[in-house]
Design a protein around this ligand. Structure first.
Ligand SMILES: Cc1cc2nc3c(=O)[nH]c(=O)nc-3n(C[C@H](O)[C@H](O)[C@H](O)COP(=O)(O)OP(=O)(O)OC[C@H]3O[C@@H](n4cnc5c(N)ncnc54)[C@H](O)[C@@H]3O)c2cc1C
Length: 378
């Protein structure tokens, strides 16, 4: 339970209605086929959900952080795969908002404002996951361009996106000091999409490899300065980790709602299974964990809304708790549905598979614990 303004509550109700009525059937279909669907983009365009963080002067909604996380939560409650699109779009916009100059704002935000433009965030490489500073993809300046060589993996919206916020190595610096951000546009010569992954969950969200073979990116697409990529990343993850936390919360809430209703309907031993204390205590524990996650996430959102940026450990705690909760609550939801929970005719097994991703993306939960412990012990 969090206190929302009238406008935030109205947006939440609108997105919930849209998700329940229009997204739910798509969620089942895209999980089954394992394919991204343009229907989701069209639906989100109708509701302006791909321009939540875009400044108003460029046709965006420029919502506060609380509203942004509420939208992700409500979408993930019904279709976690589709919430990846909104979360990734937000991650990219955050990186741009903290780094672009006026000319870039006009160019990139102007394009986003026209609609139907999807963004993707490319950081991970085959040999550089948690250890971001060890990435190998490199950009070297050549006149008015940078030439990028290397590859990225596990990239959400890879092959779907129009603009890729990409972090690579430049210069001779070591570790994170040599990271630099670029916007790589999909038509860039030398840039291509590699393997499309077949995944356990989030199956309606396309995840792919990206390949850079002498990819020529104009120097106007460099974000900030050479070597400034790590600062952009840190400023971004303060916000984006809460996005994945909100996604996890939505998955957990969806599973809890489904299991609660099911327990009231399912009759065994001549009574609804919700009358058994064994089930009641499971539901109560699920509720406690969901509400604790919600409190941490929206406390982080309220801090951001007040301009407080010193929230890395808070965001890490929210992400850890919410994603561990999503995994636990969805597993318990399957248990409450018994054999039916294990079958694909019911949504909770999909939610359980989707939940696993939230413990891995935006920094694994081990890395979140490294950050939390580091902030306690420094
Ligand atoms: C569905 C999905 C979508 C994704 N989308 C994107 C995307 O859009 N853009 C992007 O750039 N990346 C994306 N990723 C990649 C994701 O961010 C990485 O998978 C994640 O950061 C972990 O990196 P890794 O897979 O290389 O694991 P590794 O870093 O190799 O970790 C392996 C294991 O070792 C543990 N470990 C590593 N270091 C430590 C340590 N210091 N202490 C304790 N344990 C440690 C990890 O927690 C993990 O359990 C996505 C991944 C998934 C699954």
């Amino acid at each position: 339970m969090i206190l929302l303004t009238e406008e935030q509550e109205m947006i939440r109700q609108t997105v919930r209605k849209m998700a329940e009525e229009k997204l739910a059937p798509i969620a089942v279909r895209i999980d089954k086929t394992g394919e991204f669907s343009r229907d989701v983009v069209d639906l989100f365009e109708q509701y302006d959900l791909l321009r939540l963080k875009l400044p108003k002067e460029y046709g965006g909604l420029e919502t506060d952080h609380t509203t942004y996380y509420l939208v992700i939560e409500e979408i993930a409650r019904v279709c976690a795969s589709s919430s990846m699109l909104v979360a990734t779009q937000g991650s990219c916009l955050t990186s741009l908002l903290v780094s672009v100059d006026q000319a870039q704002a006009k160019r990139f935000f102007g394009r986003l404002g026209k609609g139907n433009v999807i963004m993707s965030w490319a950081l991970t490489e085959p040999s550089a996951g948690s250890d971001v500073g060890s990435m190998r993809t490199r950009a070297v300046q050549d006149g008015d361009h940078y030439i990028i060589n290397g590859s990225k993996c596990f990239i959400t919206a890879g092959g779907i996106a129009d603009m890729y916020t990409t972090f690579v190595r430049t210069g001779n610096g070591r570790g994170t000091k040599a990271l630099t951000g670029f916007v790589v546009e999909k038509e860039t010569p030398g840039f291509s999409v590699g393997k499309i992954e077949d995944k356990l969950g989030m199956r309606g969200s396309q995840t792919s490899e990206l390949i850079f073979e002498d990819a020529r990116v104009p120097k106007e697409n460099l974000l900030g300065q050479e070597g400034g990529g790590w600062d952009i990343l840190i400023e971004s993850i303060k916000e984006t980790r809460l996005g994945i936390a909100a996604q996890a919360l939505g998955i957990a809430q969806g599973a809890l709602d489904y299991a609660t209703n099911y327990a009231k309907q399912r009759i065994q031993f001549n009574r609804p299974i919700s009358e058994f204390q064994g089930i009641q205590f499971m539901l109560a524990d699920m509720k406690i964990q969901v509400e604790a996650s919600r409190a941490l996430i929206y406390q982080g959102a309220a801090m951001l809304d007040r301009g407080i940026r010193d929230i890395l450990p808070s965001a890490a705690m929210a992400k850890c708790l919410a994603s561990d909760t999503a995994m636990k609550v969805t597993t318990d939801a399957v248990q409450i549905l018994g054999g039916y929970g294990y079958m694909k005719d019911y949504p909770v097994e999909r939610m359980m598979r989707d939940a696993k991703s939230t413990q891995i993306t935006e920094g694994t939960n081990q890395i979140q614990r490294v950050i939390i412990a580091g902030s306690m012990l420094k």
